[in-house]
Design a binder for this molecule. Structure first.
Ligand code: ADP
Ligand code: MG
Length: 449
């Protein structure tokens, strides 16, 4: 078999797995047009139609392809994208600059995303407080607000601000040692260090850290060992007056399952929230992003997207990228018709009755004869648990809600519970024909009613 054949076969397998994970629309637009060009020296070269694809995949499924490919190839492989459509000189320059900055940082063990800066962060009433606090931290690290605790819903710019702080501090002083990782990565590193008896080496690396930026600290919930170590890392750096910035999807008081002493540390400095942006801010974000991406976005289209995408900046950008990708693939210019057409699955249309978690729960419960209140409670009888999983699965497929937003609609379950539910249900759909028909029927009822 030639290399090309085996690459194609490998890619077919990966694509079929991806189909099970993402929705059909997402698969068709983003994943189907890709192919493996070449595999060399632990790098898989993937061909994509244009730069929007690279960006979209990196933003939405950063690890998915790498994990799947590495799994099949039996060792860790990284991914490089090759574009069919050559980027113009300007874009290439900017990309190269970002990439070389990323590499320069990574060679020092600093994992900042060069894409996220203060320059391209749009300030509006929803985020001005968090933005101002972040700026202040850059001006006077370790003194005024320590720790700075930024919280807000998913896709509202927490990771962006965290990295902007790091990037700005690095610009001020390129010798600075910045630790910027999410709690999940920290946890993985710790688990692996524990397994190999290298905990003290790992903890030792924190002694030279000047700035500690930790993303998504709500994931500390329930991770006792990580909490203990994190508490010590926090204290050591805090006592040395090193700046600490933390982000979370909720305020410290609402993070369940963390130790009181850690919670009180989180509360010690300044707590700043980020709220969903208003329409004006959303439009400003769209303009800024389209300018950066070289997308010509007419005013009415910007307004259309901003007024339909309810709260999440990530989704807002997703619409723009999808529109850009579509227009660049087909050569059609971006106008309101194209936007309505291309974005119909992504945005809510007020003319059509919205499919909400409430409606999904109601239909599922009616069909399976369980009470909606039980679905939102802790109740775990087999019937209720089953109905709950199914309703979560349908929410995932018929709404644009994030996993944690779905969880919230089921009495505050976390995103992991939702992922687990979706997995259970898709497995059953694949193996049990009768069950699969029931699911179809329920989905039809939801759509028709
Ligand atoms: P979070 O960490 O809160 O879930 P992110 O920081 O990852 O959200 O933001 C999601 C996307 O939205 C990112 O691409 C980010 O650049 C963008 N974004 C969020 N808020 C803003 C803003 N105020 N201005 C510009 N881009 C923003
Ligand atoms: Mg984030």
């Amino acid at each position: 078999m030639t290399n090309q054949q085996s690459n194609k076969e490998l890619w077919d397998i990966i694509q079929s797995e991806i189909k099970d994970i993402v929705s059909e629309g997402v698969y068709e637009l983003w994943f189907r047009p890709m192919r493996i060009l070449n595999i060399k020296d632990d790098v898989v070269y993937l061909e994509v139609p244009n730069r929007f694809y690279k960006e979209w995949i990196e933003d939405n499924y950063p690890q998915l392809l790498e994990e799947k490919l590495s799994n099949y190839l039996g060792s860790k492989h990284s991914i490089k994208f090759r574009m069919q459509e050559k980027p113009d000189v300007e874009t290439k320059k900017i990309d190269n600059k970002k990439e070389s900055r990323r590499q320069r940082l990574a060679s020092k063990g600093i994992y900042l995303n060069p894409k996220y800066t203060f320059d391209n962060f749009v300030v509006g009433t929803s985020n001005e407080f968090a933005h101002a606090a972040s700026k202040k931290v850059v001006d006077e690290p370790g003194t005024v607000y320590n720790p700075l605790f930024i919280y807000g819903g998913s896709g509202l710019g927490k990771t962006h601000l965290l990295n902007a702080i790091g990037n700005a501090l690095f610009d001020k002083d390129p010798t600075i040692n910045i630790y910027c990782k999410s709690v999940n990565i920290l946890t993985n590193e710790l688990v692996s260090a524990l397994r190999h008896g290298k905990t003290s080496e790992l903890l030792e690396t924190f002694s030279g850290v000047d700035v500690l930026l930790v993303d998504d600290v709500h994931f500390l919930a329930g991770k006792e060992r990580t909490q203990v170590e994190f508490f010590h890392i926090f204290n050591t750096l805090y006592e040395k007056q090193k700046q600490i910035v933390l982000t979370s999807d909720r305020p410290p008081l609402e993070i369940n399952d963390i130790s009181d002493r850690l919670r009180s540390r989180f509360n010690m400095g300044l707590i700043a929230d980020i709220n969903p942006p208003d329409v004006e801010t959303k439009i400003a974000i769209l303009y800024k992003k389209s300018e950066n991406e070289g997308i010509k976005l007419p005013e009415d289209v910007a307004y259309f997207i901003a007024s339909r995408v309810k709260s999440n900046v990530r989704d807002l950008e997703g619409c723009l990228i999808k529109l850009g990708a579509h227009s660049s693939l087909t050569g059609k210019k971006i106008d309101i018709e194209l936007a309505k057409n291309v974005l119909k699955e992504l945005i809510s249309n007020d003319d059509v009755k919205l499919i909400t978690p409430d409606r999904i729960q109601k239909e599922v419960c009616e069909y399976l004869n369980v009470k909606v209140t039980d679905l939102k409670a802790k109740k775990r009888t087999k019937e209720v648990a089953f109905a709950r999983q199914l309703a979560m699965y349908i929410c995932k497929n018929l709404t644009n809600l994030s996993l944690s937003e779905i969880g919230k609609n089921f009495g505050g379950k976390d995103h992991a519970t939702v992922i687990y539910a979706c997995k259970q249900v898709s497995e059953k759909i694949n193996t049990d024909e009768q069950f699969s028909r029931i699911v179809d029927t329920i989905i039809r009822r939801i759509k028709d009613n």
